[in-house]
Design a binder for this molecule. Structure first.
Ligand code: NIG
Ligand code: FE
Length: 404
């Protein structure tokens, strides 16, 4: 190895999915420090260039580090009982109306200390890291009062300090109505707007603000109040919308400049048009669809035709998606929704990044940050085709080799 500069690394004879498409023929990938400097067809790469850095190996598939742009990874307790009740025919809405569902996780999360929350989330985070995730979004939303929401966000931030992964935090105060505010949902929205958002902004704990726009959660006009408050603090917004019914939450989110509308099984043409106009992404969450045994398909073909970019994420959470494997979502997005493997993979790379407002991430391209995965497979489609742990050969996070 003729390396004079130790920070220069070279992969050769690899197939590259660049965040958008699979490049034609075998490639050489060159990283310097924490930046991609070159992605070149092997045929055009001379030996001196290949020998100009540390030899990182050859063969397999290189993708951008995976981006899981929608998770609820921090929570207390579990919901196995609810899982069993739903198998007996009780719906997710009915569970929520009986005070279970999200509120049962709220009880367990309020009782947990910040350390407890970190400790219980770490194995789930490690599973995602071992599956190639280099950037993860983590929401609050199981505290539902100022102190417990801030505790959740601090726990999420700490996860990013404990492991080699970029954590993006989202305040989801408007996730469910806490018992203290029963019959006073407008007063609870006041608390979210006037106390939670200002506090999270002042302490730098939230990178974005999310809402759950649904009959069992908050109305469109209540969500719009949250969007305005977030925007006033310069925080980007997102929405859980059109998951169980069509209320028009996605269009409202788009009108307020949302980065993304997520779930969207019940999204209609007007919603798609509003998202297209505003540049709001669609976040597709096949894990929740699968777990809830939903039958209403998200409008994939219409989104595709309208040119609304689709991200794909785990929605990892104790209720609707207790599924802590990113590549499983690639498989489910294809099998359940007929997305192509390339669309699903773009959904967990370049489009996942865009759904977080991190447009520079999720790409293998000169000048972009060097988060990458090398996989023991021959074609990118294999990542979606087989659900098979153990295929991650190398994981580079901010230029540091963390696996392999
Ligand atoms: O993304 N839809 C609402 N929120 C979560 C589920 C949270 C839960 O059930 O604990 C979701 O599906
Ligand atoms: Fe969610």
């Amino acid at each position: 190895m003729a390396s004079s500069d130790k920070s220069r690394r070279v992969w050769r004879d690899v197939t590259v999915f660049d965040g958008d498409q699979t490049l034609e023929g075998l490639q050489a990938v060159i990283v310097e420090g924490d930046i991609f400097v070159d992605v070149l067809p092997m045929a055009d790469t001379d030996a001196a260039l290949l020998d100009s850095g540390e030899d990182m190996g050859s063969g397999g598939v290189i993708t951008p580090g995976l981006i899981d742009c929608h998770t609820h990874l921090v929570f207390g307790g579990n919901r196995a009982e609810e899982f069993e009740a739903r198998l007996e025919g009780v719906s997710y809405e009915e569970v929520a109306r009986r005070g279970g569902g999200i509120l049962s996780t709220v009880n367990a999360t309020r009782q947990a200390s910040e350390d407890d929350l970190v400790a219980s989330a770490l194995p789930r985070l490690d599973a995602l890291i071992a599956d190639g995730v280099t950037t993860i979004e983590i929401k609050s939303g199981y505290g539902l009062d100022v102190e417990h929401e801030m505790k959740m966000l601090r726990a999420a931030r700490r996860l990013g300090e404990l492991r080699p992964i970029r954590v993006v935090t989202t305040l989801l105060g408007a996730h469910a109505l806490p018992p203290e505010f029963k019959d006073d949902s407008d007063d609870y929205i006041d608390l979210v707007c006037n106390e939670m958002i200002p506090r999270a902004a002042a302490e730098g704990l939230a990178d974005a603000v999310d809402v759950f726009c649904e009959k069992i959660a908050f109305s469109v006009s209540q969500c719009e109040r949250v969007f305005k408050a977030a925007n006033a603090y310069g925080l980007p917004i997102k929405a859980h919308a059109e998951q169980l019914s069509n209320l028009g939450g996605s269009a409202a989110a788009a009108r307020h400049g949302a980065l993304s509308a997520d779930h969207i099984e019940y999204l209609d043409e007007a919603g798609i048009e509003a998202m297209r106009e505003a540049g709001t992404l669609a976040v597709i969450l096949p894990g929740a669809f699968h777990t809830l045994r939903e039958t209403q398909q998200p409008p994939i073909e219409a989104l595709r035709e309208a040119g609304v970019p689709m991200a794909v994420a785990t929605d990892a959470n104790p209720g609707t998606s207790p599924l802590f494997q990113a590549t499983l979502m690639l498989n489910l997005a294809c099998t359940l929704f007929r997305m192509t493997p390339g669309e699903a993979l773009a959904g967990m790379t370049a489009h996942g990044a865009q759904a977080l407002g991190l447009n520079e991430l999720g790409r293998v391209a000169p000048g972009q940050p060097a988060d990458l995965c090398r996989w023991h497979i021959e074609t990118p489609a294999e990542l979606a085709y087989a659900v098979q742990p153990g295929r991650l050969a190398q994981r580079l996070y901010r230029g540091e080799l963390t696996e392999g």
